[in-house]
Design a protein around this ligand. Sequence first.
Ligand code: SF4
Ligand code: SF4
Length: 390
Amino acid sequence: MDLGIRDDELATCVACGLCLPHCPTYRVTGEEALSPRGRVAVMRQVQWDGAHPDASFAYSLETCVQCRGCETACPSGVPFGHLIEPARETLADGVLRHPAPRPLRLAVRSLRWHRLVLAGSTLLALAQRLRLLPARLSRRLGLPARLPLRRPRLAASGAGVWLFTGCVMDAWMRDVHADAQRVVEATGTSVALPPSGAACCGALAQHAGMGREARAAARRTMAALPGDTPILVDSAGCGAMLKDYGHLLGTPEAEAFGARVRDIHEWLAERMPDITVAVPDAERPVVAVQDPCHLRHVQRAHASVRTVLAPVATLVELDDEGLCCGAGGAYAAVQPVLATTIRDRKLAAIARAGAPLVASANPGCALHLAAAGVDVVHPCTLLARALTDR
Ligand code: SF4
Ligand code: SF4
């Protein structure tokens, strides 16, 4: 059965196993079928050997967090994202008819209507205040403990760069966008805000195996952000997705669009000399840096977060070599046991680091860690607090 994977890419794995310690699902289960090597093996069995894609095949693929930690560990250059994404799409949407859960599909499809996302988020915030939403359900849905009832109003200041604001992050964490805009403007660059067509990058759809929806979101986003103005992204997951439109759509236009995208820390790291920040020694926070997988393993831009934070915080490194925290799109909602077990390893690393505050450049990781009681802040927020022109 054709899983939609390129045979030359499926052939790259030499089964050496060097990726196994870097795979969160293997680390917490010890099961070969839940390792990168095991997943490549079952994909080969189905695509090459005619094996029936049974429930164990589905489980092997659906439990993958899609963190791509295996890619950076692999000496053979296995492009694991290029394998798992079409395989998950075939699983979810193709002949196997093994879709993502219906509530997840409905939620993902609604993301293109940003006003609906904002209104739904406000209703959930009200339900939280009125104690109509049990805290347990709130956690299961991955909601912040206190959704915002009001959001700061963002206003464009020019056309120097686009600041991509996205869907869920704009509804739940717009204060981070406001901080990101302030630090970009502190470099002397004006900021344009996207129209509603760029309301969602499609990453959550892609992660859920909903390839059609992901490609539609990509086309809408590209149409909404024409020209050659750089596009800055303060969410690691969205940035990785936007950069990958060339692969997703397979067109020169999508390739050119992806080349315009920068993680905001990548862009800021080159301009830190232009920013004036001041933090009194007594107020300098001690911060552990959590590397989102889509920044470290996919964009490979995690060093820039340290460059950006170094002038304003005392940084502490985690000792887990960037192992995933278990957030992964909607993973915490659809695989709650594995997501929690994986997160426990991250919590232990944070505890060993001994910093009271954790900086994370991805909203999904931030929410997942905050749900376990971790005090998490976006790097742009820390930087904005230290701007001297506030
Ligand atoms: S994915 Fe890479 S590291 Fe893992 S077993 Fe295959 S070749 Fe080895
Ligand atoms: S993407 Fe992450 S969870 Fe999936 S096989 Fe690779 S390391 Fe494991």
